[in-house]
Design a protein around this ligand. Structure first.
Ligand SMILES: [Zn+2]
Length: 411
């Protein structure tokens, strides 16, 4: 954020806040008996539950095929809208109570399924419906009230049963992951569903998605400033910003350089307040004032890029993207709206919406439409991972670039 004196009270000023190192032991299990799933139950890079002995080639005298590599720890990554458990279809079997486990930044729900059972997932706003066949169920519900799962509800249906998970928000491509584990050595098949509003759209980008629509060619006499934007990677040098999974000053520069490359290819002129790890002035006030001043008479828009953080005691409460604007210019709300909408469209991550309840120093002095994007929380286990993920950073950058391009092209 731009000004440490003008932050929302529940969050922490990113210019002064250093996040405590996350402890894996802070993980809370709502259900202590939740079985550890092979290769899936060590969230956030915590110590794996299965120890794989170090390989010493001199001791390898086996002739058999090598064992398959262990699955990566952490949340499951797949998104499967439907599937079927192997095996014949006996008569429908009673469904057990869903097992719910709070993990680091997400909540896991495990259903044991009989042979031949099928599932179909339907995201619907805040509800993730899982329709099952091959099972029977009574009406049953539970309040979980984790930050990722408010409640679950099991209801009988003509074909079997429906499990509904009430979350902060899900789409067909974000907010949840799942994986069907086949029957294994006497253990029944299990459908593992992880929910977190910070799970983003992990589909690979297409070439078309990576291209920003070019601006129309300039006409003779056009003011070059009209196709120019100032990009401001927040903080830098002696001002690190928020420190967590990533350091704010580093990730904001990384994103801004990606945005610049996309915009240049679309015919937009980009001025950067910084291109390296540096502050503009040693005085914080001078540093913050110099950033929007670069746009004066030179650019049509000013866009500042920042990352959020929460205090160590409430890291799971802060996730998602928000965009701030100030009443410095009548064009600022539309710019903020275009940025926020395009970022959410591209990433699929949780939208915290537009904010204008505080005056931000880095926006206040701008003489052109200006907005400040908070690209995620360096303090959140999943958001923090996202901010280290090239695909998330690319999706963010495309959303930001498209929002800027659309605003420049608007009459
Ligand atoms: Zn900041």
């Amino acid at each position: 954020m731009g000004s440490p004196r003008l932050r929302a009270p529940r969050r922490v000023a990113c210019t002064v806040f250093a996040l405590a190192v996350q402890s894996a032991s802070a993980q809370l299990n709502l259900e202590p008996t939740l079985p550890l799933l092979p290769g899936l139950s060590a969230p956030g890079g915590a110590a794996p539950t299965v120890t794989v002995p170090a390989t010493d080639p001199s001791e390898d005298h086996t002739d058999g095929p090598a064992a398959p590599p262990p699955k990566p720890p952490g949340n499951v990554k797949g998104l499967s809208l439907s599937g079927r458990v192997d095996g014949g279809v006996p008569r429908a079997a009673p469904l057990g109570i869903p097992r719910v486990g709070k993990q680091n930044g997400y909540t896991r729900v495990v259903l044991t399924l009989p042979a031949g059972a099928t599932y179909r997932v339907t995201p619907d706003g805040r509800d993730l419906h899982v329709d099952l066949t091959g099972v029977t169920a009574d009406t049953l519900s539970g309040a979980t009230n984790t930050d990722e799962l408010r409640a679950w509800r099991l209801t009988p249906t003509p074909g079997g049963a429906r499990l509904t998970l009430t979350t902060p928000g899900v789409t067909t491509r974000s907010g949840w992951h799942n994986l069907l584990l086949p029957e294994d050595g006497g253990q029944s098949a299990r459908l593992v569903t992880d929910v977190s509003p910070a799970f983003f759209d992990t589909r690979p980008l297409t070439a078309a998605e990576r291209t920003i629509t070019p601006l129309p060619a300039p006409a003779p006499g056009d003011n070059p400033a009209d196709r120019t934007v100032v990009l401001d990677p927040g903080h830098g040098g002696k001002y690190p910003g928020a420190i967590g999974a990533v350091t704010e000053k580093a990730v904001t520069l990384d994103i801004a350089l990606r945005v610049r490359a996309l915009l240049r290819a679309a015919g937009v002129t980009v001025l950067m307040t910084r291109e390296t790890d540096t502050h503009l002035f040693t005085s914080l006030n001078a540093d913050l004032n110099a950033r929007p001043a670069l746009a004066t008479n030179q650019a049509r828009l000013f866009v500042s890029i920042h990352a959020n953080a929460m205090p160590a005691a409430s890291v799971n409460k802060g996730f998602g993207v928000e965009t701030w604007w100030n009443p410095n210019h009548t064009g600022s709300p539309a710019l903020a709206q275009a940025l926020q909408a395009n970022i959410i469209r591209m990433t699929g991550t949780f939208s915290r919406g537009l904010k204008n309840t505080q005056s931000l120093a880095v926006l206040r002095g701008a003489q052109v439409p200006a907005a400040l994007i908070e690209v995620g929380f360096v303090s959140h286990p999943v958001d923090g991972d996202n901010l280290k993920d090239d695909l998330y950073l690319d999706r963010l950058a495309i959303g930001i670039a498209q929002g800027i391009r659309d605003t420049l092209a608007a009459p």
